[in-house]
Design a protein around this ligand. Sequence first.
Ligand code: GRF
Length: 219
Amino acid sequence: MFNIVVLASGRGSNFAALLAAQQRGDAPIHIRALLSDKAKAPALDLARNAGIAAVALAPRDYPDRASFDRALFARAGEFAPDLIVLAGYMRVIDAGVIGQWHGKAINIHPSLLPKYPGLHTHARALEAGDTLHGSSVHYVTAELDTGPVIAQVELPIRADDTTDTLASRLLTQEHRLLIATVDLIARGHIALGADGVALDGCTQRTPLKLNRRGTLTID
Ligand code: GRF
């Protein structure tokens, strides 16, 4: 089975969606642990209630960011993950630490990257007058939200959308995107090659797109 460790700082709805997919048998994955940098993250309770190892480490217990990241990723490594999934994990990771997980760590970000890395993506899309919003799953690098993009889901913005309505509509799509992407990775179809994201050995020029049926297709 394909082992996964999830990192989350908050609510954990993406973690829950992945777990539900595992339980339904929709993806050949085994979520081994949920790790967090926040002791009170609701995601930790979701993991505990599901009988999954829930681990919180506090950044303030470490002298600097690199030490914390080393400790957190060492703890993750104890679960022998084939993939580390950052799902609402709100910290940039030290370059030396994430470098050791090159091609083995992905993040889900609520924008159509390279648009809007960082925070407040829904508000920024609305302020810019965009008609299309979405979410991206990308490999994690040391720079915030800039690693090679694997897959995206697009969501039309409605004239009456607020940040709340947009965020909530997108979240449902994010869950589908994350499940479909992790499923393809777990089945060995996607990897990070020297030239970028490869699907069945072919380097992709553009991200895969999630269609209405929840399948990732080549654009
Ligand atoms: C999601 O919107 C994700 O894209 C972003 O943070 C949010 C996490 O939500 N990185 P949840 O904790 O998974 O519910």
